[in-house]
Design a protein around this ligand. Structure first.
Ligand code: SF4
Length: 364
């Protein structure tokens, strides 16, 4: 049963130097025709399910004008939402306004995900971003005052030239605003980005690891639960939407380049705006049982709590150890059993990819 939905708004006012996402420079003339295509896609695919999570991501959804944002929210009001919906929109400080916050509140948005990334002027320039800290503070206070109480901040670390002190300053700022949720990203420079083209080098693995440990320590000291490799929340504020992905649940993905997981099929929309407007899907992959189980393991072990083995058995009619030989990895301390959960110990979660390779090689 589908209970989650992602909607992609690919437009940004400028392009960050590390950006590898599906995005386009905002031009007023593109927006209405994009929203027409989005509405058409929703009308043709949505089957009337009541959603527990709705996530408007991008791009920068808040870079739409007030009127464009209102049109988007009207289109999305066709979707049926449960009483305790987690309804998120991503945005950046530049493009959020008091008026837009009020509009978002009117349409039921109750979670705001703000791309803070860094507070350091030098690194903001390197990333081709800006951050007005005072405006950020005002927007967060205002959002809370009108009832948008669930705030996420995105933080980027491992920026070339960054050291632990720089990172601590970013954390000082973020923690001073008491967000309910913090998502962290280690900057990986991809070839086809501005930084990649300029041949900018990643920081060393040792420093990256040191920064990761500093983040975990500092956020835990401040009452955050480290619940997924890169995500932290106050108790009860784990991202329900992302938990749907990590628990291998089904979801709709509407918009340019977005993916859906529906009835054992992974469907990916085209990244070409012209083709998207023609209703073209890029790929449709029917998952075999093996694929499904592999996704379940790869995604589930991102969570510190791990995979619920009882649910796994209910879903796949056999225990996980019927499919994978994990005993040796448990003995070696790469995996642990806690009640009926199988997880990667927290001190090894940083190298989870290497552990996943070992697990997948142990397919029976
Ligand atoms: S705001 Fe996000 S999507 Fe837009 S360019 Fe920057 S990183 Fe990419």
């Amino acid at each position: 049963m589908i209970k989650s939905c992602y909607v992609h708004i690919p437009f940004c006012k400028k392009i960050c130097s590390y950006c590898d996402f599906c995005k386009l420079i905002y031009h007023k003339k593109f927006i209405n025709s994009y929203l027409d295509a989005l509405e058409k896609e929703i009308d043709s695919k949505y089957q009337g399910e009541v959603l527990d999570t709705l996530y408007i991501g991008g791009g920068t959804p808040t870079c739409l004008s007030y009127e464009e944002l209102e049109r988007l929210l009207k289109i999305l009001s066709k979707l049926k939402l449960s009483k305790d919906i987690e309804y998120t929109i991503e945005g950046n400080v530049d493009s959020i306004t008091i008026e837009k916050l009020e509009l978002l509140k009117t349409y039921g948005i109750n979670r705001l995900s703000i791309g803070v990334e860094t507070t350091n002027l030098r690194f903001l320039q390197l990333l081709n971003r800006t951050l007005d800290q005072e405006k950020c503070r005002t927007l967060v206070d205002y959002a809370r005052s009108i009832g948008i109480h669930n705030i996420n901040f995105d933080l980027i670390y491992a920026i070339p030239g960054e050291n632990i002190d720089d990172l601590e300053k970013d954390l000082d700022f973020i923690l001073s605003l008491f967000p309910e949720h913090i998502s962290t990203y280690s900057l990986i420079i991809e070839e086809n980005t501005i930084l990649g083209i300029k041949d900018t080098k990643n920081i060393s693995e040792e420093l990256d690891y040191e920064m990761y440990l500093s983040i975990c320590k500092r956020l835990k000291e401040n009452g955050y639960i480290h619940y997924e490799i890169s995500n932290f929340s106050k108790p009860g504020y784990e991202s329900k939407h992302n938990l749907c992905y990590w628990k291998n649940g089904e979801y709709y993905g509407f918009g340019l380049g977005s993916s859906s997981y529906i009835h054992k099929k992974r469907i990916t929309n085209t990244r070409s705006i012209t083709r998207y407007k023609e209703g073209i899907v890029l790929a449709e992959e029917e998952l075999s049982l093996d694929d499904e189980i592999e996704y379940e393991v790869i995604l589930g072990l991102r969570l510190l709590k791990g995979i619920d083995l009882r649910l796994f058995e209910e879903k796949y009619h056999h225990s996980l150890s019927y499919y994978y030989d994990v005993d040796q990895l448990i003995e070696e301390g790469y995996l642990q059993l806690n009640n009926h959960y199988l997880s990667i110990p927290e001190d090894k979660i940083y190298v989870s990819n290497e552990i996943l390779v070992k697990i997948l090689q142990n397919r029976k």
